[in-house]
Design a binder for this molecule. Structure first.
Ligand SMILES: C[S@@+](CC[C@H](N)C(=O)[O-])C[C@H]1O[C@@H](n2cnc3c(N)ncnc32)[C@H](O)[C@@H]1O
Length: 697
């Protein structure tokens, strides 16, 4: 019963938007420390969400599928909840889904007459009554148990004589009958027809869970890596990066062959061969230190993975560091570093580093003796900073200086950073490109809320990348996201290029020849105002490419050339600039939020400014008597969406009551918005801010 209680608690937390599917499953599993438990939670929770998720034609899935050129899903109501209502199970058995704690608590529960108040009564019971720390809501406990009763191959995993099982089984005929009726109503032949389809890659990965210890351990890793940030792409290919700080690609190939693996020239050939041979691998065609193995391979059995010579990293996630630094490697090969003024050691800055996949890759690429490069890695969040440090240790990345700092607080003209020439900007994003996050199974917000969040993220991303471009010595800056939304991808790049300031500094986009030229999928022409060449400079990835959904663009500085012309902004962006006016006050990234607040309340340069906590990485700002630097002012304008070439129309304030009436001042508008935000946050149970959505990439 304990397992079901805990699975139901995970569903409760999901309802309260307290985290991602995988993250919450792993967090719960960690409490019990049983091998395979995370994977079991994941499987049960996903199965329940597949048949219960309400509002499946919601904005997120719809847009997501439109973005992937797929079909929107069409499941129109929560199936298990429907079964519970139709059979009156919860109403007739108010105490069945209330954890048995003490007689007194049970009595209270029985007397209460309804499951909800029974649950409330239990929670309020005195501490000395031995009861679990948290009790799940009866609805979610019923969801999990009824799911297993009806759909799990082995049925309920409770002893035959367990009284809850005995009681629940009495309802099985009625539940089955209603289930059959529902299938007829929806014109589907099987139970699967009533469920949301999982992305194929995720489905195949979840399928093996529970079939033997080795697979369980592996599945745990699947869940864990998602939560900790180490990447793992469930599906056909398992990408492993050779950690050249510890090993070489040649040595890795030799080692694999020595222990009985067969190498293939092409990834496709390797995949075809993997149908009959399990031990096959291939070198990736685009990224030198990357190997492709069949996804069925069990990582714990590969010692080179266990000791950090190989690192699990999705191919798309390897692209930014490769695009940023492969030209330096090529120059080193040809002995051109001195000539190009890079002989004194390349300095890289990773603006948003944790968990450190791209940092460690950059560190490995510049560790070459001829380059003798170093990396500064900034991470604002204290918890994630610890993860970053662990990753640096695992990868043996001694040439990295980690800093627990808000990147936006660094001064681009700081003499200590004047040697920084290359910057990685991989800011927090919506994570819409990661199918393995499974978050499309959670009921999503209404469309407006979704777009507001994406716009807020987009403004935050613009602030971070613009800040990077202002670094005095910067020559090459790579911007990336694991999002498939144009707002976070092409739009951010276009907004940067539209800024006079950036063009006058000599920034332009690196052309296709310099940015994975043989990678087929490029930026969307429409999102680049119809400019095919610009779109061609950008890289996009989708799961059908064997990677996560991803986006990469590379800015290069050419101080000698005439500044490029402002690009044609796409029509949609202009429309959004108008729509976004109000929303931009509602910023969700922590530091940027505070900057936005400061700006919206009209604080000027010499006044008290709420600055993001600097150097200690703690969330939340502190009051500081400060003179705002130009960089801070710029960032402030950017997060408010004011710095675009396509300016939002002035003072188009909405009516006071939203229907018509007197116009509000900016401050009134802000206060209203703030109230609304507070209310939403309270409703969401203090769920994570939009910004932290996809920080594990
Ligand atoms: C998408 S993740 C980066 C993933 C990382 N590049 C990797 O490949 O492992 C974004 C990270 O940026 C951090 N972050 C967000 N805003 C930041 C800021 N202003 N300064 C420093 N770090 C920031 C987040 O806490 C998060 O850890």
């Amino acid at each position: 019963m304990d397992f079901y209680h805990r699975a139901a608690l995970i569903l409760d937390s999901l309802d309260q938007k307290k985290g991602s599917v995988k993250g919450l499953c792993m967090a719960e599993a960690k409490k019990g420390k049983k091998v395979g438990e995370g994977a079991r939670f994941l499987k049960v929770v996903v199965e329940v969400l597949k048949c219960e998720s309400p509002g499946r034609s919601s904005a997120f899935i719809d847009i997501r599928h439109r973005a992937d050129n797929g079909m929107p899903l069409d499941v129109d109501r929560p199936h298990i909840q429907h079964l519970l209502t139709a059979t009156k199970l919860l109403a007739s058995e108010p105490t069945l889904f209330v954890p048995p704690t003490s007689a007194a608590a049970l009595n209270t529960a029985v007397k209460s007459g309804s499951a909800a108040s029974a649950n409330k009564a239990l929670k309020a019971a005195p501490k000395w009554q031995k009861q679990p720390k948290k009790t799940p809501t009866p609805e979610n406990l019923a969801n999990v148990m009824v799911h297993d009763l009806l759909f799990a191959k082995r049925g309920l995993s409770l002893p035959k004589e367990h009284k809850v099982r005995k009681k629940l089984e009495k309802y099985k005929p009625a539940l089955d009958k209603e289930n059959e009726r529902e299938k007829r109503r929806r014109k589907v032949a099987t139970n699967e027809g009533l469920q949301i389809a999982l992305p194929e890659k995720v489905a195949s990965s979840l399928e093996g869970i529970g079939k033997g210890k080795k697979r369980e351990h592996d599945a745990d890793r699947f869940a864990e890596e998602g939560a900790s940030g180490l990447e793992f792409m469930p599906g056909e290919i398992r990408w492993l990066r050779v950690n050249t700080l510890r090993w070489s690609v040649e040595a890795a190939v030799e080692w694999f062959e020595k222990v009985g693996w067969e190498m293939f020239e092409e990834v496709d050939e390797m995949l075809a061969a993997s149908q009959s041979k399990p031990k096959v691998f291939a070198l990736d065609a685009h990224i030198e230190p990357l190997l492709a193995l069949p996804a069925s391979v069990s990582l714990p059995t590969i010692s080179a993975y266990q000791d950090g010579r190989l690192l699990a990293q999705d191919k798309a996630s390897c692209m930014p560091a490769w695009v940023l630094l492969s030209p330096v490697l090529a120059d080193a090969e040809e002995g051109l570093l001195e000539e190009k003024g890079k002989g004194k050691g390349v300095r890289v800055l990773d603006a948003t580093a944790a968990p450190g996949n791209k940092t460690t890759m950059a560190a490995a690429l510049v560790a070459d003796d001829r380059i003798s490069g170093k990396v500064v890695a900034c991470e604002r969040d204290q918890g994630r900073f610890k993860v970053l440090k662990d990753m640096l240790k695992r990868a043996d990345a001694k040439n990295v200086q980690p800093m627990n700092v808000d990147f936006l607080s660094l001064k681009p003209d700081d003499p200590k950073l004047k040697n920084v020439t290359h910057l990685l900007v991989d800011p927090s994003c919506s994570g819409s490109g990661i199918p393995s996050r499974l978050d499309h199974l959670i009921p999503s917000s209404p469309e407006h809320e979704h777009l507001t969040r994406i716009r807020a993220l987009s403004n935050f991303q613009l602030a971070i990348v613009s800040h990077a471009l202002r670094f005095a010595g910067a020559q090459r800056v790579v911007y990336s996201t694991c999002s498939v939304w144009e707002q976070e991808d092409e739009n951010v790049v276009m907004r940067v290029l539209a800024k006079k300031e950036m063009r006058e500094m000599g920034w332009r986009l690196a052309k296709r020849e310099e940015v994975l030229p043989t990678w087929e999928r490029r930026g969307r022409v429409e999102a680049c105002g119809g400019d095919a060449e610009l779109a061609d400079s950008m890289v996009r990835c989708l799961p059908e490419d064997g990677t996560n959904g991803f986006f990469v663009a590379c800015f290069v500085k050419d101080t000698d050339a005439t500044p490029i012309e402002a690009p044609n902004m796409p029509e949609r962006r202009k429309i959004e600039a108008e729509e976004v006016q109000v929303d931009e006050v509602e910023m969700s990234a922590n530091g940027a939020e505070e900057l936005a607040e400061a700006a919206a309340t009209g604080v000027t340069a010499e006044q008290d400014v709420v600055l993001p906590a600097v150097a200690n990485g703690k969330k939340g700002g502190k009051k500081a008597k400060s003179t705002v630097t130009q960089a801070t002012r710029n960032a402030k304008e950017e997060v408010l969406g004011k710095s675009d070439a396509v300016a939002a129309p002035k003072e188009k304030a909405p009516a006071a009551d939203g229907k018509g009436g007197k116009k509000l001042t900016k401050k009134q508008l802000y206060l209203l918005k703030k109230e609304e935000l507070k209310r939403k946050k309270a409703e969401a149970g203090g769920g994570a801010a939009a910004e932290s959505e996809a920080d594990d990439e």
